[in-house]
Design a protein around this ligand. Structure first.
Ligand SMILES: Cc1cc2nc3c(=O)[nH]c(=O)nc-3n(C[C@H](O)[C@H](O)[C@H](O)COP(=O)(O)O)c2cc1C
Length: 407
């Protein structure tokens, strides 16, 4: 996929510790056109992360805890969005250009999703209005609930073709894209973008106005400039600013690591929904925790056994998906092992002795071998005296992640 090789900053710079606000909570629902998003939480698109396995894993994450009895944890169970706590899933970004030129069978690989992923939005990047419109039609025909335009990716390869955040320097072109794509599809059309190219060129308010006047159904703002990449704090005051200029639903994004942060973003900006990126792979329960907090005023933190069940379930899902997928089996085996290693480094932060497991996993050559290491590690856990590690969901939770892509 285009953009690979761009290194995303996976740490939060000096994260702000928010208190839970006295009143504000993440809303029970929002609407994007005719699509109900309930609760008002969105899994951010993340290239290299939010593939169908990860998305379904997030949808089912509430099952991988010690709270339901073990025989209730089959992922064949129907999990409502309210139970899962995640109201909308998003794909990784996909090249409109690539999509419109691909053979049908190859397209499927990029646009695969399962019934239990609804509602789900597909994100596109590109700069040619007609090509984006054609790709949006493909997205609609494939059955996605919404289509999203990426105006945030800072990767040189994407910006170099004027895609992603590159377009933020050309508002008239964005207007043309909005109009052409809007005419091409009937499903809700959204845009995810950054504040602007740099501090001298902050256009987020104008862009929100334009989105509304061109008939888009929601905007999602990652409250940083392109130049900021992932540094510093997300500037939530700009989310508040775009919320004030119109009536289009606003999804706030940037630096939510905990349920407290999510509620604080709602309190400080008045946004209609929150979008969560980096915290999701470090703490897949975050959506469930937010929902639990809203309902009860408290939330559970995962125990070590919960983490074990979670990592095992996720790895099994990866193996099942690679078995099911057609094509080069050896490549699929390598890809699964790579994904397992990447995720192990996130998931095992917070688990006593996690560093040892990560070291062992990095030696393994196949997914099955990784799974064996995980089983052996957790079986021995009860007798292990290892030092506790930092909490998941903190900046450390991303320390070992492999190079990843975009925004
Ligand atoms: C590994 C990774 C890949 C990403 N890929 C995309 C992408 O494909 N499309 C996009 O709009 N944003 C992408 N982003 C940006 C996130 O969607 C989100 O805007 C950003 O991480 C800030 O939110 P957070 O603080 O909750 O992580 C990516 C971020 C990361 C960490």
């Amino acid at each position: 996929m285009a953009g690979r090789g761009f290194t995303v900053k996976k740490h939060w710079d000096n994260p702000v510790e928010h208190e839970m606000p006295a009143e504000a909570r993440v809303p029970a629902e929002m609407r994007i056109g005719n699509v109900l998003v309930a609760p008002a939480t969105v899994l951010a698109p993340m290239a290299g992360v939010t593939d169908t396995v990860f998305r379904r894993f997030i949808r089912h994450a509430s099952l991988f805890s010690t709270h339901p009895a073990p025989d209730e944890t089959s992922i064949d169970q129907t999990v409502t969005n309210t139970q899962s706590g995640c109201g909308l899933l998003m794909t990784e970004f996909t090249s409109a250009d690539g999509l419109s030129r691909m053979r049908e069978s190859k397209r499927k690989r990029y646009l695969t999703f399962y019934d239990d992923e609804h509602p789900i939005g597909a994100q596109l990047f590109g700069s040619n209005p007609e090509t984006l419109a054609e790709a949006a039609r493909i997205v609609e025909d494939t059955g996605f609930d919404t289509v999203d335009l990426n105006l945030g990716c800072p990767a040189k390869r994407v910006v170099g073709c004027n895609g992603g955040s590159g377009l933020l320097r050309d508002l008239p072109k964005i207007g043309e894209i909005f109009r052409t794509v809007r005419k091409a599809v009937t499903i809700p059309f959204t845009v995810k973008y950054r504040l602007g190219w740099n501090d001298a060129n902050i256009i987020c308010v104008e862009l929100a106005r334009m989105a509304e006047s061109e008939g888009l159904n929601a905007v999602a703002l990652h409250a940083r400039t392109r130049e900021q990449a992932y540094t510093g704090q997300a500037r939530w005051e700009w989310i508040a600013a775009i919320k004030q200029v119109g009536s289009i639903p606003v999804i706030g994004n940037g630096d939510i690591r905990t349920p407290e942060d999510a509620a604080a973003m709602i309190a400080k900006t008045g946004c209609d929904a929150v979008m969560i990126g980096r915290a999701a792979p470090a703490n897949p329960w975050i959506f469930r925790q937010i929902a639990q907090y809203t309902a009860t005023g408290r939330y559970d933190r995962p125990a070590v056994e919960d983490r074990y069940r979670m990592i095992r379930a996720y790895f099994q899902m990866l193996l099942d998906e690679s078995e099911a997928s057609a094509g080069d089996k050896n490549a699929a085996v390598r890809e699964v092992a790579g994904k397992m290693k990447q995720f192990a480094s996130w998931f095992t932060h917070g688990v006593p002795g996690g560093a040892k497991l990560r070291a062992q996993i990095y030696q393994a050559k196949t997914g099955a071998a990784v799974l064996e290491q995980v089983d052996a590690f957790f079986t021995a856990q009860s007798t292990d005296e290892a030092e506790p590690e930092s909490e998941p969901g903190t900046a450390d939770g991303f320390a070992g992640a492999a190079e990843l892509v975009c925004d």
